[in-house]
Design a protein around this ligand. Structure first.
Ligand code: LIP
Length: 262
């Protein structure tokens, strides 16, 4: 894909995401639109489905050859050698349905199975994070960079993977271990927002023991293009074709994770 098309494509993707953000912000009677999904405390609203359908339609016009992998699809095709959109239409669905105002839209564009372009839009704060491989990371067109702080001067964000009963206790044991080494801990309910907060330097380390690719595909590229590191919780490079634990931080804090025994 030539350079000029890449620039226009990312701008057009973000324009579609802003339109999807309007669907979120104008949602009404959300409680009545909630449906249970497989697993524990795993929900979808009619608005998740509406946002996903809106984005699939708009993005297919931009890149007809791309495969679409969205959280709310019943079937998820394998990652192709070509382009694949990996989309979480509303990341932080539980926050959305509770009116907690901490949710976002996450769109990753993978090429040969690796993130190539990414955008995460938080409509509540009107914050559009984006990145292209090798071209830096931005929030609302301003360059962003991960924090330079060590863990002792930092915030640690963690996720509780609430859909998985087997991860009920361990996130809190780990958060307690880090709380003794950092300023404080945070839990938002949106992995993509958490990754963007690492990318723009609002926090120094993020971990969540189990996520789906649509939760982290876009945020991972944004963190890396902001000078950070994103790995599986086993310390190995992330793959984007299956569920995985995720850890993200700067060059100092990521080594603190490597010393943790899971
Ligand atoms: C959510 C993540 C969150 C995690 C939840 C869930 P969803 O995504 O962003 O960090 O703790 O288990 O996966 O399901 O709201 O799109």
């Amino acid at each position: 894909m030539e350079e000029i098309k890449q620039e226009h494509l990312l701008q057009d993707i973000m324009e579609a995401m802003r339109g999807a953000g309007e669907i979120m912000l104008s949602a009404s009677d959300i409680e009545r639109s909630v449906h249970a999904k497989e697993g524990k405390n795993n929900f979808v609203t009619d608005y998740d489905r509406q946002v996903q359908a809106f984005l699939f339609e708009k993005l297919a016009l931009l890149l007809p050859e791309a495969v679409f992998i969205g959280e709310e699809e019943d079937q998820h095709p394998p990652l192709p050698e070509g382009y694949a959109f990996v989309i979480d239409p509303i990341d932080g669905t539980t926050n959305f349905m509770k009116g907690y105002c901490a949710s976002c839209i996450s769109v990753g564009l993978l090429k040969s199975g690796q993130p190539f372009m990414a955008a995460v839009y938080n409509p509540y704060l009107n914050e559009m994070y984006y990145a292209q491989k090798g071209k830096g990371a931005f929030c609302n067109d301003r360059p962003i960079h991960v924090s330079e702080h060590e863990l002792k001067d930092g915030l640690v964000i963690f996720g509780t993977s609430p859909y998985y009963a087997e991860y009920l206790r361990q996130p809190f044991d780990l958060a307690y271990e880090f709380l003794q080494k950092c300023i404080d801990v945070r839990r938002s309910g949106s992995a993509a927002i958490d990754l963007c907060n690492i990318a723009c330097g609002r926090a120094e380390l993020y971990f969540e023991l189990m996520l789906s690719p649509w939760d982290f595909a876009a945020g991972a590229l944004i963190v890396e293009e902001a000078g950070g590191y994103v790995l599986g919780v086993d310390g190995k490079p992330l793959s984007f074709d299956k569920k995985s634990g995720v850890v993200a931080g700067n060059n100092k804090t990521i080594t603190c994770w490597k010393n943790i025994t899971l």
